[in-house]
Design a protein around this ligand. Structure first.
Ligand SMILES: Cc1cc2nc3c(=O)[nH]c(=O)nc-3n(C[C@H](O)[C@H](O)[C@H](O)COP(=O)(O)O)c2cc1C
Length: 291
């Protein structure tokens, strides 16, 4: 039986949702699928034992989150002259081309270890910071992803290489934006919990870096925050204030499952052209595949 391993990080669930669509596809094609959640740290598997290897993450400040890079650093190097191919799956809130550079550092870490990127795919999923997409927008993004993932995954199986387009100075730009990795740690120290807190402990339990503790009834936030938003996004009482970025906080899961004619549309002009291009390009692919 052929096999695939996907190592993923997902702060608030979008990337995991996308990964699960890949899982569904690969299983239909009779692949044995192994998922490794980066929350659990390094892998004990030998990646060469799998026919296919993928990495999935949400884009943070046009980069991969710091824990994803740390995870890549922890992957053992391949023996000299051995090469292994891999694919990347990533999600982000807007479809700007700048997001294409998010994997430059990840690729360079893995290249030094003998891993060669062959396929890279980017899916728009609703923001978990900045502003709340409407449920209709979330629904549209999700439907697009569901329809296009089988085409992308088929390319991987058929060994048809697909790379995202390049642009000048991407290494430099990505490096500048990686200041977010330090920013997240600094800002994370300033998270606060309001009186609305239910003391359910969900934030403590699910923080990927175990950065939240409860000491003498008071919440303490350490300096390992990734700003993945898991704590504040899923807080049932919306009680977590996210420091300097509190105005950009998004709380509560999206409904991905229906289109509501009466829902009030917000931020309609935001990145309008980029979204249009994203939807049109993917729609064309879906229609071409039907022929
Ligand atoms: C700290 C942070 C930075 C982000 N930066 C970007 C960005 O540069 N570009 C973008 O399109 N989306 C950005 N997003 C939005 C997420 O990439 C998007 O909502 C993603 O689907 C979240 O996936 P997850 O639920 O798997 O964590 C950012 C989110 C966070 C929390």
């Amino acid at each position: 039986m052929k096999s695939v391993i996907i190592c993923y990080f997902s702060g608030t669930g979008n990337t995991f949702k996308i990964v699960n669509e890949y899982v569904r596809f690969f299983k239909k094609k009779d692949y044995e699928v192994t998922l490794h959640n980066m929350d659990e740290g390094t892998i004990s598997y030998n990646l060469c034992d799998f026919d296919l290897f993928g990495i999935a993450y949400p884009i943070h400040a046009f980069n991969a989150p710091s824990n994803v890079l740390k995870f890549a650093q922890s992957i053992p190097s391949l023996p000299k002259k051995t090469k292994k191919t891999y694919f990347i799956i990533k999600t982000s809130g807007e479809p700007l081309k700048l997001n294409n550079m998010s994997s430059v550092k990840l690729q360079s870490i893995l290249k030094k270890k003998g891993y060669i990127l062959t396929n890279e795919y980017h899916y728009c999923m609703p923001y978990n910071i900045l502003f709340r997409h409407t449920n209709n927008q979330a629904y549209q993004m999700w439907q697009m992803a569901v329809n296009v993932i089988p085409l992308d995954a088929r390319d991987i199986l058929e060994k048809k290489e697909v790379k995202l387009s390049n642009f000048p100075f991407k290494r430099c730009l990505a490096l500048i934006f990686r200041i977010e990795h330090w920013g997240a740690r600094l800002n994370g120290k300033h998270y606060k919990v309001s009186d609305q807190c239910l003391k359910c402990g969900r934030c403590i339990q699910h923080c990927p870096t175990h950065n939240i503790t409860l000491e003498n009834g008071n919440f303490k936030f350490g300096n390992h925050c990734l700003m993945c938003m898991r704590c504040s996004f899923h807080c049932p009482a919306n009680a977590i204030q996210i420091g300097l970025f509190n105005k950009w906080k998004v709380n509560g899961a999206y409904t991905f499952h229906h289109y509501d004619e009466n829902e009030i549309q917000t931020h309609q002009k935001y990145c309008k052209k980029a979204y249009q291009k994203y939807f049109e390009k993917n729609q064309k692919r879906i229609e071409a595949a039907k022929k």
